[in-house]
Write a protein of this length. Structure first.
Length: 416
């Protein structure tokens, strides 16, 4: 780990972005004691945020590697809908191929056949994750099809029925649009008459949602996660369906920051389950050097050995920091993952929702849609949810498909 960190810091010296930290970087590189070096690193290197890099992506490329960039693709890596660019060297693409293969093999072990057909549904303006997924599937010699997610939903459903893929890789938002379309137009909205595997990436999926989709559609859900700015996939679901293994963690310096920013934990030191903000330094990167990049992601880390045998730490993706709010009565952070679990546990007929959290003393608003007849009254739902959130809210029931999904990622908690 230490040799990799020094290598990354040396590359960082060659970028425009880090010119201003050059002296600090030298001090850290020259430190003899490994623990001391890492401590210095997390104390002296300022965090980088999305706003720092947007439009300045080229400044993160080491000078002597400029010629070796073989791929540039747009990354959707922001909830604000502004794409940023990601640069890759051949080495990095190779790294992602291998990493993806590991994640994929573990996820699909004994579930998907060797010569399965796989359908990838992502935006045509490929995200970094999308293009890597596609290349990786082809590299692993899967029979892979690709559909632009902006294609008419009826067409997509027709293609799924005709091609009968074993696995569909897509994002929750794209998939929900398809389901909604089916629910509104067909009486039999099952996508397939066989066991279809769906692999999601890119947004929050709660346990209750997985259960709901499984009951509704008879599909098997799995999940992977990645950070577009870091180049692609980083981890995938445990076969026990309890969190995702962080396969890339040994090639990264991963920090978890407490919500109040007072504590910083290193992933590898963690002994207890903890929630916080994900800050990381990828040590495999060459094409773009990120030091202490604040990803906006809220995660729950589950340390310890997993009985499934995969040796990498586990985590759950809970949402973006912009989409969380602090519960007034006890200061607990409520994430989109928590809210989705709570809503769907309270009434499994709830489909889409959006919570507007108002400033102090003002009344917030919860929009809800149902896929079926509500199981509890709006009054009861109001009582349970306003108590859970510790907020004064009103509930507005919407017709199916009326709650708009923001692009590129749906936000379900909005502070107004
Ligand atoms: Zn496991």
């Amino acid at each position: 780990m230490d040799a990799k960190l020094i290598n990354t810091l040396n590359l960082a010296k060659e970028t425009k972005f880090y010119f201003r930290y050059k002296k600090t970087l030298m001090r850290i590189i020259n430190e003899n004691d490994e623990n001391q070096r890492i401590r210095r690193y997390i104390q002296e290197i300022p965090l980088i945020t999305k706003d720092d890099i947007l439009g300045h992506e080229q400044d993160l490329i080491p000078k002597n590697l400029r010629q070796r960039i073989i791929l540039t693709c747009s990354s959707s890596g922001t909830t604000r809908g502004i794409g940023s660019l990601t640069y890759y060297t051949e080495y990095e693409l190779g790294y992602f191929m291998k990493l993806s293969e590991k994640i994929h093999n573990n996820l699909t072990e004994k579930k998907i056949s060797q010569n399965a057909s796989i359908l990838v549904i992502v935006p045509f303006t490929l995200t970094a994750i999308g293009i890597i997924v596609l290349m990786q599937m082809l590299h692993m010699k899967y029979n892979t099809g690709f559909i632009d997610s902006k294609t008419n939903p009826r067409k997509i459903i027709d293609i799924i029925r005709r091609l009968r893929p074993e696995l569909i890789k897509t994002t929750p938002d794209i998939f929900y649009n398809l389901i909604e379309y089916s629910l509104k137009t067909h009486s039999n909205f099952r996508l397939a008459d066989y066991k279809l595997h769906i692999q999601f990436t890119g947004n929050v999926i709660s346990d209750s949602r997985k259960k709901q989709l499984n009951e509704l559609l008879n599909v098997e859900i799995s999940e992977t996660f990645g950070v577009s700015e870091f180049g692609g996939p980083l981890g995938g679901m445990c076969v026990y369906d309890d969190g995702m293994h962080f396969y890339a963690s040994e090639e990264m310096l991963v920090e978890i920051h407490s919500f109040d920013n007072k504590d910083v934990w290193l992933l590898h030191d963690l002994k207890d389950t903890i929630r916080g903000k994900l800050v990381a330094t990828p040590l495999y990167r060459q094409g773009m050097i990120f030091l202490r990049y604040f990803t906006d992601d809220i995660v729950e880390v589950i340390p310890g050995r997993c009985p499934c045998g995969v040796p990498y730490p586990k985590l759950r993706f809970l949402g973006k920091i912009q989409d969380c709010f602090r519960r007034p009565k006890d200061g607990i952070i409520i994430t989109p993952y928590d809210l989705e679990n709570k809503l769907l546990d309270t009434d499994p007929s709830i489909w889409e929702f959006k919570l507007y959290v108002a400033e102090r003393k003002k009344r917030g608003k919860l929009l809800v849609e149902y896929i079926d007849t509500p199981q509890i009254s709006i009054g009861d739902l109001l009582g349970i949810i306003s108590d859970y959130c510790g907020l004064k809210i009103v509930i507005e029931k919407k017709k199916l498909g009326r709650i708009l999904r923001f692009k590129p990622k749906r936000r379900r908690i909005i502070k107004v």
